[in-house]
Each structure stands twice: as structure tokens, then as C-alpha cells.
Design a binder for this molecule. Sequence first.
Ligand SMILES: [Zn+2]
Length: 346
Amino acid sequence: MAFRDVVNQDHAVMLLRAAARSGKVGHAYLLVGPAGVGRRALALAFAQLLNCARADGDACGDCVSCRKIVSGSHPDVRILDVARGQYLEAPGKEHRGKEIPVDQIRALRREAAFPPYEGKWKVFVIADAERMNPSSANSLLKILEEPPARVVFLLVAESSVALPPTVVSRCQLVRCAFLRADQIERALVDRWQIAPDRARVLAVLADGRLGRALEWAASEERLEARDRLLDLLPTLEGSDPLTRLDAAEALSRQPDLLPELLDLAVLWYRDLLVWKQLPEPALLTNRDRQTQIEALAPRFSETTLGARIEAVEAAKESLRRNVNARLALEKLFLSFQDAPAPATSP
Ligand SMILES: [Zn+2]
């Protein structure tokens, strides 16, 4: 995971590379930005570059040090990521993985007191730094105030607002931005060899986060759920209410996927609407479903499609407000009343 593997975070990459090149490496960096845009990749790429045996503006990705960092076995590159169960020392029994407990920061301080073991720099990555409770943050502050030589702390967070200003002021800020859908699409095709039609759907679904697109790409379960949903939606039109209630019940059994599935439903109706207005394949998100879209679009009025999109948006909002998923879906599907016109020859 060298900087060349980080997709479209040019500003952040420039800043970190310049620090490494000039030798003026800060004691602490705060990588802020939305989850899934490549913050962790940036942190690891920086750790690699600092320790690479054959660095040339970027890490080589191939030396012993680079390999060890990628595999997580480099003794000087330590990652604290409670959400992924990566700890610096075994967590206490009562620890539930939501907060970064102070004993982890104490362990970090003990380790940081020793010079790098085999690398040039010791790097500590603290993922979700906003999960530090006040005592953890205070403990970290102590070492940030008197940082040991050859040690770099990389804090990763959604925003600097959730961290104590005393901690933030000790860090150099590195901002990571959302990616555009076309940047994600290109990366999926070029770097992950994902088929263009699928990449297009994933890129829109990713909502600016490459990580989210990759999560979907790697999950058969999610892709199957998408296929089932897109097969289901047209069958609900004009079906009896009982069928629609059953569909709501079935769909509510995937609560984790539901927000994203509803995003997909919006994109689906949007595609139908787009096709009615301008039947141009390049404008479709669900390009792999063009035949179906072509057949269905004439059966809907623009008003009906607008109503579908609004109803799905309302269901999304209900979920955000913690309304029971099944109730929200029932309401959504029961609103599918004004059945589209039956298929007629033009
Ligand atoms: Zn290397």
C-alpha cells in the first residue's frame, strides 16, 4: 500500500511525501475525513515510505520493511484500531470495543519510549481517534507534549471537532476528501479489474467512499441482495397488498443492508425516470439492467416515478429516525398504489 495505491487524495499525499522527503517529519498527524476515502491507506503508505529500504519519493512496496507493514508484522508500525479488534495489548475483560480505553494509550506510551526496533521510524496509527475517552485523550496528550525522537503518531478521525482541541493543536492536519463517482469508477475498473457496468453501480452507491464500493464489490451477499431487490421492485407494481406486506417483511430481515438497499431503490427509479426523458444508456446507473429498464420505463408516468422516489426517501428518513424497519417498508410498499399502465404496444 504505497502512495501510488492511494486513490485521488493528491493533496494529502503531497503533504506527507514532502514531509518524508525533506526529513522534517512531524511528531503527530491528524488524518481527517469521512470513513472509506482512504485514510488508513494513507497512514500505512506514510509508514512504509518512512521505513522503506529503497524509497524513491514513494515506498518500493517490495522490500522486507514494506512487506512487513502490509502484512501487519512490522514491529515498529503499530496499529490501534478497536473497531477491527487491533490492540496494542490484550484489552481488559470489561472492554466492549466502542471506546479506546486508557490502558491502550498507556501501552502505546510504554512502547513509544523505546527507539525503533528495526525500522527508521516508529509509527503508531490510532484509528477512530474520536473514540478516545477523556482519560485516553489526556494520556495521549502527555506524550504529544513531549514526543520521543523517531516516533510519529498518525491519528485518524472523521473530523477534528470530536477531539479535544489540546490534542488537535499538537497534530498537523491532513485533510482527506470525498471522491467523485467517476474517480471511484475509474479506480474500480483500472486497479481492481471490476467490470465497467458493475463499477458504475458501485461507484454511485459508494457515495464518495472508495472503501464502501470495495466492500460491496467483495460481498456476494450484498450483490445478491441488490439483484433480489431490483427483481422484486417491478413485481410489486399492481400486486395485491398482502404480497407487498410479505415483501416488506422479507426485506426487513436484512437491517444492516437496508439503508444501502434503499439508496439502490432510489437509483433504480431515477434510472427509469431518466430513460423516459432521454433513452441514453450512458446516463443509466444500472447499466447492467438496461433491457429491463427499457421495457419498464414506458409503463410508468413521470409523476408515478417521482412519487416512488419520494416514498423511498421518506422510508430512508424513517430508518434514520429509528422507526421499525418492517413498518417503514410496509408503509413504503403499500404506497405503491397507483399502479403503472399495463404494457401496451406503442
Ligand atoms: Zn520498500
